[in-house]
Ligand binder design. Sequence first.
Ligand SMILES: [Zn+2]
Length: 253
Amino acid sequence: MNASIIDAHAHCGIQGRFPPQSFEDYHAHAGGSGIDGVVMFSPVMEIYDRYDPNFKDNDEWRQRRKKSNEYLLEIGHQELIVIPYFFIWNDFAVDQLTSRHKGIKWHRHPDEPVYHYDDPRCLAAIEEIRRRNMPVVLEEEFENTIRFINEIAVGVKVIIPHLGLLNGGYDTISKNGIWERPNVYTDTALASQYEITDYINKYGCERMLFGSDFPFGDPKIELSKIQNLRIPEEKKEMILSLNLKRLLAGSNR
Ligand SMILES: [Zn+2]
């Protein structure tokens, strides 16, 4: 992986076009920024119906999901390398993982349909993720975040996005001692400058990854938050790409 600035959090798909979030859309937004690598996962609306808490899975959605995850394997070029993560849902379709997938996206907000943590297929999927040593971008409500880290997927590398913004908040994660865990990483997408600085002061920058949350965040604006930090250049390089390269070096080999 030769990229020097890697965005560790972007949504990308062509089935949901609101907002526009194809590879070409990302490329247009990030052009000229120096970003030359990007972790991409599917838009939520290509995975499940987030507006229906009683949503029941069906074949149509399974197909939509499969197509969405597969799209990410077809995109990217030399100027902008794409690192696909597999967005997993309640069919726990780890049989669809390929050697190109470098991570897992696990996503749910309160009021959205729940992950079936008690399904034996869930535990089997976690075992497969563990065997492949893949990191999991875990966006879940606070109780499930704790349960995932402490009980369900002990030791699995977890990236809590947005410095915890949608996992109960930065402070709640802090108070529960989660940022200290050696297997817990974070990304800076949509986080405040204050929280980014506070995190670095308390926990160092070895497990912090630059992310944009495109199309909800603007890659250039999110990048400038890191570039404007008052920290040595080598620490910026860690956040902008080296930490992610190190994290993914052992993933799914
Ligand atoms: Zn996101």
